[in-house]
Design a protein around this ligand. Structure first.
Ligand code: MCA
Ligand code: AMP
Length: 477
């Protein structure tokens, strides 16, 4: 064990966090962490309490997320765009003692019943006990299943530290690196890898609240940088780079280009390589397991590889009965190691369905491995899980939201291949009266979340059903 973020104990004058024109040194960040801990203590939270962080894009949000983790509170990050139904669910399920927000008034209205505190703006010279890499919960991250409301995955401080240290070994990631990213701060990719990863290494993070290709590329050229992005971002960068040399130069200057959260299409990989001479490296993970495999920096890798297991993580491929498949055969990817989550909050049934008594977590992803241990993802067991722009969306949650619209009688939702988003959410609906597609898209955005809205709505007279009356999605047009 040791401190989760050793850089906060040393606290020197190096800039560790940059958002827009604002920057914080380790010393200034440490002072704000101390003030944050005192603020929470004065408002009824104790170490181990669930504390919500409203992740609206600002440097104060980054500070609140770091301070919460560093000083012993369990963070429940909340997507500020969540619709009413999902927000209510998280508040009821995680029961945060208090929620931190940069803009208190806007949040108070939405989070009835949960006290909301303004994020600390300045620091304090005082002492605090720093969070160690123990096995108690550090984060509750909400993630979608095929049906029902999202489940809260409980991740320990030791899992986060283990995984980040494994990735540091894989990528020769040191305090000299600046992570550059424009990912949201309420998922593993942007929060654990991008924010906590930079801090744990003691390097820096340059975070962009919005995905802006030219600004990001310029930041990549400015220092020894490592870029984290989802495939949709690489797709858009490769398109923009075709007519903008700044982007080509930025991508070329980065020490490492890393992609994850969904499969990186080979054509985008090829286009980036052709433009910059660099290959993007992939890593593969889930909210529940953090990152399981990663391509090693500077090592050759076959096309489509998501890398070899992170040091200390075991990977096996299994059949439908969870027995190992023959060497070279395709199977469901199962993983075991200190990176695996503690379980879903309040959902022992759902935990038992994915985590066995020997500690193996069954991912639902289908893959193959080669003789060198390189993993390739070839599909997913559940067709009702959609990865849109790197966000996981359950078809069932979109269907449930659509069915809450008074004019929708039946709904079926599928993911269809999309060159930009990976998969786009497509809805088939039977309505009792004419209604605009846009109305239904906005309805889902308001109830669940904008990234869960259907990008395409088809109005049909009836849904194809089998003899039992069950919708047969494979027969949808
Ligand atoms: C659009 N908007 C709306 C509506 N339509 N707002 C309200 N009502 C509507 N009907 C808003 C959106 O919120 C957004 O706002 C803006 O309009 C544009 O929306 P959209 O078109 O959906 O966004 P996009 O441009 O397509 O976004 C592409 C993206 C995004 C930037 C690539 O998908 C993204 O950030 N993806 C990252 C997902 C991620 O981090 N996944 C990691 C999961 P505004 O512009 O203000 O936002 S962790 C994981 O998977 C594992 C562990 C792993 O391996 O990493
Ligand atoms: P989430 O639950 O949002 O954390 O998403 C986890 C899922 O993202 C995994 O189960 C995979 O299906 C997918 N995923 C993550 N990284 C990759 C990758 N490099 N290639 C293909 N799929 C990925």
């Amino acid at each position: 064990m040791g401190a989760l973020f050793p850089v906060l104990e040393a606290a020197d004058d190096r800039v560790v966090l940059r958002v827009g024109a604002e920057a914080l040194t380790a010393k200034a960040l440490r002072a704000r962490c101390v003030a944050h801990a005192h603020l929470l203590a004065a408002n009824g939270a104790a170490p181990g309490s669930h504390v919500g962080v409203w992740t609206q894009p600002s440097i104060d949000t980054c500070v609140a997320l770091i301070a919460n983790a560093a000083t012993g509170f369990v963070t429940v990050p909340i997507d500020p765009k969540l619709g009413a139904r999902e927000l209510g669910h998280i508040a009821n399920d995680a029961k945060p003692v208090v929620t931190i927000a940069a803009d208190v008034d806007a949040v108070k209205e939405k989070l009835a019943g949960v006290p909301v505190l303004r994020a600390v703006q300045s620091g304090a010279e005082d002492s605090v006990s720093w969070r160690q890499t123990d096995s108690a919960p550090l984060l509750v991250l909400y993630t979608s299943g095929t049906t029902g409301l999202p489940k809260g995955a409980l991740l320990s401080a030791s899992a986060v530290a283990f995984d980040l240290d494994g990735l540091a070994a894989a990528w020769a990631w040191t305090r000299e690196d600046t992570i550059v990213h424009a990912l949201p701060l309420f998922h593993v990719h942007g929060l654990v890898l991008g924010l906590f990863g930079a801090l744990r290494r003691g390097g820096a993070l340059h975070w962009f609240p919005k995905f802006e290709p030219v600004a990001l590329a310029s930041a990549l050229g400015a220092r020894r940088s490592v870029f984290f992005a989802v495939p949709t971002m690489y797709h858009r960068l490769s398109e923009a780079a075709a007519s903008d040399q700044t982007i080509v130069e930025g991508l070329r200057a980065a020490r490492l280009l890393v992609s994850g959260s969904a499969a990186l299409p080979q054509r985008d990989q090829a286009r980036i390589e052709q433009l910059t001479g660099k290959r993007v490296i992939e890593r593969y993970g889930l909210t529940e397991t953090l990152i399981n495999t990663a391509v090693r920096a500077g090592s050759p890798f076959p096309p489509g590889s998501v890398g070899q297991p992170v040091d200390g993580v075991e990977v096996k491929l299994v059949d439908d009965a969870r027995a190992p498949v023959a060497a070279g055969a395709m199977g469901e990817i199962a993983v075991r190691g200190p990176n695996v989550f503690l379980g879903y909050l309040n959902r022992p049934d759902a935990t038992a369905a994915v985590l066995d008594a020997d500690g193996w977590f069954f991912t639902g992803d289908l893959g193959t491995t080669d003789a060198d241990g390189h993993v390739r993802i070839v599909g997913r067991r559940a067709t009702d899980l959609i990865k849109c722009g790197g966000y996981k969306v359950g078809a069932g949650e979109v269907e449930a939201a659509l069915l809450e619209h008074p004019l929708v009688r039946e709904a079926a939702v599928v993911g269809r291949p999309d060159p930009d988003l990976g998969e786009r959410i497509v809805a088939f609906v039977v309505t009792s009266a004419p209604v605009e597609s846009k109305t239904l898209e906005d309805h889902v955005a308001a109830l669940a979340s904008p990234h869960k809205r259907p990008r395409e709505v088809h109005f049909v007279a009836e849904l194809p059903r089998n003899a039992m009356g069950k919708v047969v999605k494979s027969r949808l047009p």
